[in-house]
Design a binder for this molecule. Structure first.
Ligand code: ADP
Ligand code: MG
Length: 229
């Protein structure tokens, strides 16, 4: 079975002047079901890597296979469709629609799902229950706590059963107790089989992951032995 993610020789150069080599030959394989943390100092290339993995940006050179499919070869429309179906995003600042309820925010993620509305709503409700928000389905984001907002954002990110759940500093805006609860939710989702990639500078977040790689000056350091790559 193909890996969830395989990056080979990924470089991203911002033209400048002067040009910035934000990623310089990154190789990374994320097997299905892995919980991977990506750490590194500010300016190291973490967001650039996140944008490449999330199909928000194209690498300058290198190969990116998502579920065994070479996504560099796809046009923009296809990349949007792959992004919507196969990638779940969780950001530091939640990015919920302010005038929509928790349930509606999750339903918005189902743009590419053609099943009947009732079925979709049922699935969204179940995912919100899974993250502990079954009692706040109709609440607006402004009436939710920070931790509840992030759990709603996680529900939105996983509702389509994405190939990867991509989190950028998911606890960066939360106090430490709330952060622990959110990490608990991520660990449960991972235990249920979801592939998770978390970008973080918080060692506590990384401690929950099965493997940690470090990015520094656009280079990724991975000290685990490569298997069959
Ligand atoms: P991190 O998320 O680890 O803090 P980034 O991936 O945002 O780092 O940035 C990596 C490097 O690329 C930095 O030197 C940054 O200034 C540079 N960079 C990021 N985005 C751009 C851009 N759009 N244009 C030029 N340089 C950029
Ligand atoms: Mg960043």
């Amino acid at each position: 079975m193909s890996a969830a993610i395989a990056l080979r020789g990924i470089a991203r150069v911002f033209p400048g002047p002067p040009p910035v080599e934000a990623l310089r030959g990154v190789d990374l394989t994320v097997p299905r079901g892995e919980y991977l943390a990506v750490m590194g100092p500010s300016g190291a290339g973490k967001s650039t890597l996140m944008n490449v993995l999330g199909l928000l940006d194209r690498p300058t050179t290198g190969v990116y296979e998502l579920d065994g499919v070479d996504v560099a070869a796809l046009g923009e429309a296809e990349r949007s469709a792959v992004r919507g179906r196969r990638i779940g995003f969780v950001f530091q600042h939640f990015h919920l629609l302010p005038h929509r309820s928790a349930l509606e925010n999750v339903m918005v993620a189902q743009l590419y799902n053609r099943s009947p509305r009732g079925e979709r709503a049922g699935r969204c409700r179940r995912v919100l229950e899974l993250v502990g928000l079954g009692h706040r389905l109709h609440a607006l984001p402004a009436t939710l706590s920070g931790g509840e907002r992030q759990r709603a954002a996680i529900a939105r990110a996983i509702v389509n059963e994405p190939s990867i759940l991509l989190c950028d500093e998911p606890t960066g805006n939360l106090d430490s107790d709330t952060a622990k609860a959110v990490l608990g939710v991520l660990e449960e989702i991972h235990a249920a089989g979801q592939t998770v990639v978390v970008i973080t500078h918080d060692p506590e977040v990384a401690a929950g992951a099965g493997r940690t790689v470090v990015i520094r000056d656009g280079l990724l350091y991975d000290d685990t032995p490569a298997e069959g790559t």
